[in-house]
Design a protein around this ligand. Structure first.
Ligand code: 6LW
Length: 525
């Protein structure tokens, strides 16, 4: 009874009062270009997903600290075509907005017809098919003005452009106008427009999405400009002395939001370098959060001086935590969990959760991890440097060309693969590194059976690949590989490391399949 009462009071305190301190990033692992909207006490957020399917994860929160994925915006082939999307092609920086009872996600598919938006009554879906907008630039947003007019806001090479648009049809109602080139930093991008106290505020990213990234803001009495630059610009950046040595780098590409209690906040991207001063990162660009104040002259300040930390010492909204995800996915459901992503549009005939109950059955695809075409693969984000992942698989092979296992995949040219392959009447376990044009088998071991349990342990600097020896039942290390060669600095691109389960028949059309019994993913922060 006393225990129940204490628990009740603790929950009440969490829900009723703001709490001091939270940890950044608030959405961990590859989740860049966040955009946010609010309906009453609920916040919704969307991030970029590039060549992965389904596209554009949608998250929900009540406190801006705890986030739970509730769906994806683009779940159908009629909404999303990624067949020819190269690594980091596909879906770039989206925006999410709520207007007149409808949610809008506005985005660009750089591998298809460009700019579009979708609408939904429920942000968890279903979302409409895309309404395409005939404007050739990226990072779109829609802004609704008080007079009922609406505007498409995008990034062109030379700066931010505004176009009046009919949001019922996607038809343009004016020519595009370049309204602001930013403060002079390179790549003025990621525009978001807000109206406050009679001013149009135009927030943008500058400096490129690497270490010189930042956010700047300008304002004007007219939506068409001219925009006056905030004297504090950049209002968010770690490419300065205060940001030097911060384990979070590349902060920028922000969106602003006002909570129901009147407080202001921002979400934005940044990346965690593997170690202070190490200058490489593997987790991709992630979603961060910070408080915003409007102290004097109507200009916003982010967390005081425009820098942030992992441990944020600020009072937040009252907390609404969500249950922690389960370590084990035993593939017992009818559908894959929201954490799983395919590479490009999946061929649904290649996957089955019902063929053998409690296992994911995956048919091999002739395509390989090196190609930029759909292949038999599901992956989830690596969300922490320190993690342990594992699976138990059974390969039902027809020929020696088929392989199945775990891949740590940054791009099609940068991945580490740990897999079982048939070799005559027995099998061989191989660890392969693909780092650009350097590709080799790091280690191999003959195995007598087609069933094996594989694991990967990650730290900031190294991945350890191990397996349970079917003969002895003991764990053995197969090899260690540097995280560095899967980093964005080495591989390039806009994504982060995905931990994948895959099966390939290396160019041959075969009927082989693999059963994955379970997949474990556990982190320590
Ligand atoms: C996106 C741009 C950016 O279009 O990176 O950091 C690009 N900002 O706004 C891809 O995410």
């Amino acid at each position: 009874m006393i225990y129940t009462l204490t628990l009740f009071l603790l929950c009440l305190e969490q829900i009723t009062f703001g709490q001091i301190g939270f940890k950044n990033p608030v959405i961990r692992g590859f989740n860049p270009d966040p955009s946010i909207c609010r309906v009453n006490e609920d916040f919704y957020l969307v991030t970029s997903s590039f060549e992965y399917f389904p596209g554009l994860p949608i998250y929900h929160s009540k406190d801006l600290v705890n986030w739970e994925q509730i769906g994806h915006c683009l779940t159908r082939d009629s909404q999303l075509q990624l067949h020819n999307a190269p690594a980091s092609g596909g879906l770039f920086a989206p925006s999410i907005r709520y207007h007149d009872g409808l949610f809008y996600v506005i985005c660009t598919n750089v591998s298809d017809k460009g700019n579009f938006y979708c609408t939904a009554k429920n942000p968890a879906g279903p979302w409409s098919d895309p309404i395409w907008v005939d404007i050739k630039s990226i990072d779109p947003d829609i802004f609704w003005d008080e007079d009922g007019k609406s505007y498409f806001v995008t990034q062109g090479d030379e700066g931010i452009r505004v176009t009046e648009i009919d949001t019922k049809t996607g038809a343009l109602r004016s020519d595009e106008k370049l309204v602001w080139a930013g403060t002079g930093g390179r790549f003025p991008e990621a525009p978001h427009l807000y109206k406050k106290d009679g001013y149009y505020y135009l927030l943008l990213g500058e400096g490129g999405t690497e270490y010189a990234h930042s956010a700047s803001i300008g304002r004007s009495r007219s939506i068409w400009g001219p925009y006056e630059s905030c004297p504090l610009n950049p209002i968010l950046s770690h490419s300065n002395r205060i940001g030097q040595g911060n384990e979070i780098q590349g902060v920028g590409h922000a969106d602003l939001i006002q909570a129901a209690d009147g407080s202001w906040w921002t979400v934005f991207l940044g990346f965690r370098v593997t170690q202070r001063y190490s200058y490489f990162h593997v987790l991709g660009r992630e979603t961060f959060m910070a408080p915003v104040s409007w102290p004097t002259n109507g200009w916003p300040q982010i967390n005081g001086n425009g820098t942030i930390q992992v441990a944020m010492d600020v009072t937040t909204l009252p907390r609404y935590p969500f249950p922690k995800p389960m370590v084990r996915d035993d593939f017992a459901g009818e559908k894959l969990g929201l954490q799983w992503q395919y590479l490009r549009n999946p061929d649904s005939s290649k996957y089955s959760l019902s063929f053998r109950k409690g296992a994911l059955c995956m048919y091999t695809s002739p395509t390989t991890l090196d190609q930029t075409q759909p292949l038999s693969f599901i992956g989830r984000r690596q969300t922490e440097h320190n993690f342990q992942a594992g699976t138990s698989l059974e390969l039902s092979a027809d020929t020696d060309t088929e392989e199945a296992g775990i891949s740590l995949l940054q791009t099609n040219s940068h991945h580490y693969d740990f897999f079982l392959r048939r070799k005559g009447k027995a099998y061989v376990l191989q660890l392969r590194a693909a780092v650009g044009s350097l590709k080799y088998i790091v280690a191999e071991k003959d195995i007598s059976t087609n069933k094996i349990a594989l694991s990967v342990k990650g730290t900031a600097l190294s991945y350890e690949f191990g397996f349970v020896n079917p003969k002895s039942g003991r764990y053995e290390v197969m090899g260690n590989l540097d995280t560095r060669y899967l980093s964005t600095e080495v591989a390039g691109g806009f994504t982060g490391v995905m931990i994948g389960l895959y099966s390939s028949s290396n160019g041959h059309e075969t009927k082989a399949k693999v059963f994955y019994d379970w997949f474990d993913y556990q982190v320590s922060t």
